[in-house]
Design a protein around this ligand. Structure first.
Ligand code: NIG
Ligand code: FE
Length: 420
């Protein structure tokens, strides 16, 4: 047997989330966390070697004291997969956030040239070094909260050079930090001011840019914000069909502020995920559930919390219909300014009425599927990449029950200790 080079022992629970590497957990399986009590994880060459009882693994794997992480009665989980995040941007939106708290609608701020467009202005004007510094800082904060794989969307420059720069920054973050970054091209975030009267021109630019991004392998996915003030359903369809023909995986910002049919479109085009879903209707839910490979519904409970809105995605109806659900932060300076998956799990339990078990599956294996990585990460099973975290809580329900403090004590990425 390969000798282990790292052992994580004495966990009250090893929460494996095992059994869903081929397809995401859905329906009754959404809550199947598959726990090993008094458990341990053995790691070799960056991969999971074994998961089992702590005393047995200690007997079977001889490692030095410095190769042991003592979970000390805490819990061990797969590293969180934050499958929806806008990592690279400049500046902040604290002023607009205060206006929003006074009741000004998010889309009204955008219509007046603020919101996403105010971050675009600042990001375009920012030097690449400052963008890297900001992205490294926030990706580090995500890691400290247990995220071991993080999506990085572009979408705050909305011109050729700028969007390429944002994807390049994501690549630099990947080379500077141990966590994995998955890049998504979101040139179709909104139409930039210089194309306000020439939407067709902007769509053409996006077409050409997708070709270039594909050639340079700068992004794995293409995402479109389908919404009033952003892109229509027809425009979204056209862009995604083009993206698919170029070989990108597809994602959508769907049904966030209004019901648009974007979820059904995602189901029809074979999107890997449809995200937000606060306003998805029954037809949208049915279309998702009946797709041959249903897209993962990525719910983002940080958004209504941050924007102080009471519209929540119908998580229970989605689960009952058989739509696999993930949870992510939607980290961005405008609609969800948190790097913390544990905070989003706590919110999901309260506002989406998900159980802690459902939320844990949602932020690990199902989130991995939302990035097309279900076979590689998201669960603790022999052969998978050793992305593992230790949380200082006595059982997994506490990830929902307690909130506002960071439960993550140790982070291992690809078998390497990052924090301990
Ligand atoms: O997912 N909805 C569109 N995009 C982001 C918000 C980005 C921003 O406000 O800067 C979202 O909520
Ligand atoms: Fe988003």
């Amino acid at each position: 047997m390969t000798p282990a080079d790292l052992l994580i022992v004495n966990a009250a629970e090893v929460v494996t989330c095992a059994g869903f590497s081929e397809a995401p957990a859905r329906g009754a399986d959404q809550s199947v966390v598959r726990i090993v009590r008094d458990g341990a994880v053995a790691i070799a060459d960056g991969r999971i070697l074994a998961v089992g009882a702590s005393d047995r693994l200690r007997r079977e794997h001889h490692v030095g004291e410095d190769q042991i992480i003592d979970a000390a009665g805490g819990i061990v989980l797969p590293g969180f997969v934050d499958c929806h995040a806008h990592l690279v941007f400049a500046g902040d939106r604290a002023v607009e956030w205060e206006q929003r708290m006074q009741g000004k609608p998010y889309l009204e701020i955008l219509r007046e040239g603020g919101g996403i467009l105010s971050t675009v202005k600042k990001t375009r004007a920012s030097a690449i070094g400052a963008l890297v510094t900001g992205a490294v800082r926030w990706a580090t904060a995500c890691m400290e909260h247990g995220t071991t794989t993080l999506e990085a969307k572009s979408g705050y420059c909305l011109n050729r050079e700028g969007e390429l720069r944002l994807l390049d920054v994501a690549r630099t973050v990947q080379s500077e930090l141990p966590l994995s970054i998955v890049s998504t091209f979101l040139g179709a975030h909104v139409v930039p001011p210089e194309f306000k009267h020439d939407r067709a021109g902007y769509l053409e630019l996006l077409d050409a840019l997708m070709v270039e991004i594909r050639e340079q392998q700068l992004a794995r996915f293409v995402d479109v914000f389908c919404e009033k003030e952003a892109f229509t359903l027809d425009e979204t369809e056209r862009l995604l069909i083009r993206a698919k023909s170029l070989g990108f995986g597809l994602k959508l910002h769907a049904e966030q502020f209004s019901s648009s049919g974007a979820a059904a479109l995602g189901a029809r085009l074979g999107a890997v995920s449809v995200d937000h879903l606060e306003h998805v209707d029954d037809a949208g839910i049915a279309a998702l559930a009946q797709a041959p490979r249903p897209p993962v519904g990525v719910l983002l409970p940080g958004v209504p919390f941050h924007l102080a809105q009471s519209d929540h995605a119908p998580a229970r109806r989605l689960i009952d219909a058989g739509v696999p659900l993930a949870i992510a932060t939607d980290f961005n300076p405008g609609s969800s300014f948190t790097p913390s998956i544990p905070m989003c799990i706590a919110l999901a339990c309260r506002t989406l009425k998900m159980t802690a078990s459902e939320a844990v599956v949602a932020s690990t294996i199902n989130a991995a599927h939302a990035l097309g990585l279900g076979a590689e990460i998201g669960s603790l099973e022999p052969g998978k990449r050793a992305d593992v975290i230790v949380c200082d809580v006595p059982d997994h329900r506490w990830l929902g029950y307690a909130f506002g403090s960071n439960p993550v004590r140790a982070v291992v990425v690809g078998g390497e200790r990052v924090f301990d």
